[in-house]
Ligand binder design. Sequence first.
Ligand code: GYE
Length: 309
Amino acid sequence: SEQAPQGEGGEGESAGSSTDTITLGFSQVGAESGWRAANTKSIQDTLTAENGFDLKFSDAQQKQENQIQAIRSYIQQQVDVIAFSPVVETGWDAVLEEAKAAGIPVILTDRAVDSEDDTLYESFIGSDFVLEGQTAGEWAVEQYDGEGYKAVELQGTTGAAPMIDRQQGFADAIAGSDIEIIDSQTGNFTRTEGKQVMEGFLQKYDDIDLVFAHNDDMGLGAIEAIEAAGKVPGEDIKIITVDAVKDGMQALADGKINFIVECNPLLGPDLAEIAKKVIAGEEVQKRIVVEDQAFDQEAAKEALPDRQY
Ligand code: GYE
């Protein structure tokens, strides 16, 4: 691809001439959740022409083969940078090697790949999902240890970094407590599947005390299933989720969810900054950890009016 003039004082005619624009191909996971919608909006609102970007955006509908296809097409179009949020952790080496061979830098956002070769990408920007699961589990132990709670887990997309890591963090935190996970199943991070899986659990077990949902949307689906079964979410069955998007925070403030660990989806600004540095040949951090908070019902009531997403 063409070399963009670096820095000030190039021969370019005017400031902001098209040679300065960074063409960035972004392959998004899908549109599975409120979190994802906020993440997409952040990327589209930040990587604008005004901000020096020509953004090519595609939605993979939670399918790895669609993401691989999108990345290959960005390579073919000789974009300046490729960024993507890998739907699952494994199976990326071949396509990342193709990008490397074409000289196109890759930035990971949100989710990790489990590749051994970390020269296949420049930087990975996202939350610490193990810590999120741990925070959820520690709160559960603080509240419910000694009560003999039976928990079910609504897991994210099988093989996705946040599914693997949140499960791990939660399991580590409750180890040694008398909270027991009696069943786990994937709800694919969607409200519909979260509801379906919870309906199945409610038919199978009449003694569920606690739900740990890997995201708000599945927790919101579980609320519907619990109410339909004539039980009171947040009381008869406690619910802990991850994300803290508006709908989740509202349910928390309303007492239907008991605790939410935040996962910040506003990754656009960090992505823009890293992409500019990579193109300018500057050093970037391999791992940028996004900071998250956590909310109980009182904290949600306070935070809700100013919540951006
Ligand atoms: O928690 C979930 C989304 O990868 C962190 O994906 C993201 C997760 C998020 O579908 O809501």
